[in-house]
Ligand binder design. Structure first.
Ligand code: AGP
Length: 606
């Protein structure tokens, strides 16, 4: 949830650190700071709020030093203020940290008994005093090993030392950490995105490893201090992926580029000539898979819920889904013939990674559906299904959601035909329909004008409901989540058929209610549910698909018609107006659309 950067170079590093911090802000933006070492003195500058506040601090202007660390914070322990901002420093050591030290209270008591004085309310400051304590009687490497052995919880660390003029130590357990290789300088960063403007050559630390960086030398070690060799990966995406172009926000760009990202993903999996699906190197005999469990968080969980409907519809597999933070603590009964699928845009979500790690430790079949193919979840699952939608910078997930759904749909189709649950002719027809999806999304994106005008009804209301049945229910949940996280208003996604079992009491005159009612098998039933809420005064925004049949109902406040498609594909089209509804609602309220308050793009703490 925080972002860290470290640079050791032959030239001053403060401006390069600030530049990387700007790229890391999507990981947390409560506060920011950096520290450099110059002539044996650790200089530290920190500020509340965004990186731009840090840049305005005049102290930055004269900051010297060719080795330094930086941090953007998403608060876990201690309110977001300058004192609690990272780095945390003593005279001898300065540290930036992403993660949670779970035994910080006990360690703090021990260190205070040793005479250490604390300034902040953070767990991180404990690490500063712990390694300072060990350095009294141990050399650097042994002090690091002893310190890491004492820490419980998760961390990605960057550490500089007063008496080590060109050296940075990095360490990883549970939170991602990468090393970048530059010309006469080397880098430490939370992820490749922070490093891409400086290098495309990256190595990743695994849990328990630490590294020692100098400007011309990088060494990796395991928790016992034994040397570890690391592959150097060459990264793919070009810089323009990270540019908003003519768009006001990354989210707007990412909504509009969905036809392209869907097309790119389809190209990766669909054999255009034979109308078949290619999933290469699938490591298991399909006959050995009798059930599947889909696991994710937030929007990724909604794609799991959506996939459950497709797997049930198209295959004979038993399908279960779970929220990762629930799965990891559940009394799980692991089954050898079950395939565990982990869905994550960032591939670094702590709860999802922990659930994957648990399955790996139980020797289960694990597969990941991710966007960031260099991520921990992608690297540590037995098999990866990339969604190929390019970097998603907006904290609110849009193109990645459609990408996750697309890959899970493709996967369900492939398993269905391999298991002979779906006849070849139907399979081929569905693939032909699928190839038309990008065009359908493109046409649906044109529903812009109406959405922009009605969004204020949702922002002015004290709450709203999003209702759907069957394939539309996961989309109702996703639409509500989008409005919550962007416009900071109460919005609840609910199964349309469930309203009469309680939540109907919420409906009052003028309450905005989105009803997703495409002309699928659930249409009539959902229209009946819609009339129940209209009868109680709701202002219904009906989202359905184009049809020659009129909607048989009165007093519908607004109707949006998306393009028509086979039932499997309607969820993709229904999602688009809901993304725009949330976007325009936030725009009307003047909120930071790409970095909503309290959130971060990659939730790397639990
Ligand atoms: C989605 O709009 C949210 N930003 C959030 O729910 C997100 O989907 C969730 O944190 C999971 O992230 P991941 O896909 O990177 O694992």
């Amino acid at each position: 949830m925080c972002g860290i950067i470290g640079i050791t170079s032959s030239k001053p590093v403060s401006s390069a650190i600030i530049n990387s911090l700007r790229k890391l802000e999507y990981r947390g933006y409560d506060s920011a700071g950096l520290a450099t070492l110059s002539e044996g003195i650790i200089n530290e500058v920190k500020s509340e709020g965004r990186v731009e506040n840090l840049e305005k601090n005049i102290a930055i202007k004269n900051m010297q030093g060719s080795v330094g660390i930086g941090h953007v914070r998403w608060a876990t322990h201690g309110i977001p203020n300058t004192i609690n901002a990272h780095p945390h420093s003593s005279n001898n050591v300065s540290i930036v940290h992403n993660g949670i030290i779970e035994n910080s209270t006990i360690l703090k008591k021990f260190l205070i008994s040793k005479g250490h004085k604390f300034k902040s309310q953070t767990d991180t400051e404990v690490i500063v005093h712990l390694i300072t304590e060990y350095l009294k009687e141990n050399d650097l490497k042994n002090s690091i090993i002893k310190m890491l052995n004492q820490l419980h919880g998760s961390f990605a660390l960057g550490i500089i030392f007063k008496d080590q003029p060109d050296l940075i130590v990095g360490a990883r357990r549970g939170s991602p950490l990468a090393v970048g290789y530059g010309p006469n300088e080397n880098y430490l960063g939370s992820d490749s995105y922070a490093l891409k403007s400086m290098t495309n050559k990256i190595s990743y630390l695994n849990d328990g490893e630490f590294c020692i960086l100098k400007k011309n030398l990088v060494e990796f070690f395991n928790e016992k201090g034994a040397k570890v060799n690391k592959k150097v990966l060459e990264l793919s995406s070009s810089e323009q992926d990270y540019d908003k172009g003519d768009f006001k926000h990354f989210m707007a760009k990412e909504i509009e580029e969905q036809p392209t990202t869907l097309k790119n993903c389809i190209k990766e999996y669909i054999d255009n000539i034979n109308n078949d699906i290619n999933i290469y190197n699938f490591p298991w005999d399909l006959k050995k898979i009798s059930s599947i469990t889909l696991i994710g968080c937030g929007t990724a969980y909604h794609s799991c819920l959506m996939a459950k409907y497709w797997f049930e519809e198209l295959t004979s597999l038993d399908v279960t889904i779970d929220i990762a933070s629930e799965f990891r603590y559940r009394k799980n009964r692991f089954k050898k013939d079950n395939l565990y699928v982990f869905v994550s845009q960032s591939g670094e979500t702590a709860d999802t990674y922990a659930a994957l790690d648990l399955c790996n430790k139980n020797n289960m079949k694990t597969c990941s559906v991710v966007n960031v193919i260099e991520s921990s979840i992608a690297r540590d699952a037995n098999f990866v299904l990339p969604i190929h939608c390019g970097p998603e910078i907006g904290v609110a997930s849009t193109k990645a959601f459609l990408g996750q759904m697309l890959v899970l749909y493709i996967f369900s189709l492939k398993l269905s035909v391999l298991n002979k649950d779906l006849d070849k002719k139907t399979y081929v027809n569905k693939i032909k329909d699928l190839k038309n999806l990008p065009k359908l999304v493109e046409e649906t994106l044109l529903t812009e004008s109406k959405i922009q005008t009605i969004s204020s009804t949702f922002t002015d209301a004290k709450g709203s409901m999003f209702l759907g049945r069957g394939f539309s229910y996961p989309i109702a949940l996703e639409g509500a989540l989008k409005l919550k996280e962007l416009a900071y208003v109460h919005a609840e996604g609910y199964p349309a058929g469930e309203m009469k079992h309680g939540p109907l009491a919420l409906i009052e005159d003028g309450m905005p209610v989105v009803v997703l009612a495409p002309r699928d098998n659930y249409y009539q039933k959902t229209i009946s549910n819609m009339q129940e809420v209209i009868a109680r005064g709701a202002k219904v925004l009906l989202i359905t698909n184009k049809s020659k049949d009129e909607v048989m109902s009165e007093n519908i406040w607004q109707t949006i018609e998306v393009e028509s498609a086979n039932d499997d594909l309607l969820p993709f089209l229904l999602t688009v107006p809901l993304q725009k509804l949330a976007y325009y609602s936030a725009l009307k309220k003047g909120y930071d659309i790409d970095k909503p308050r309290n959130l971060a793009k990659s939730v790397t703490v639990e």
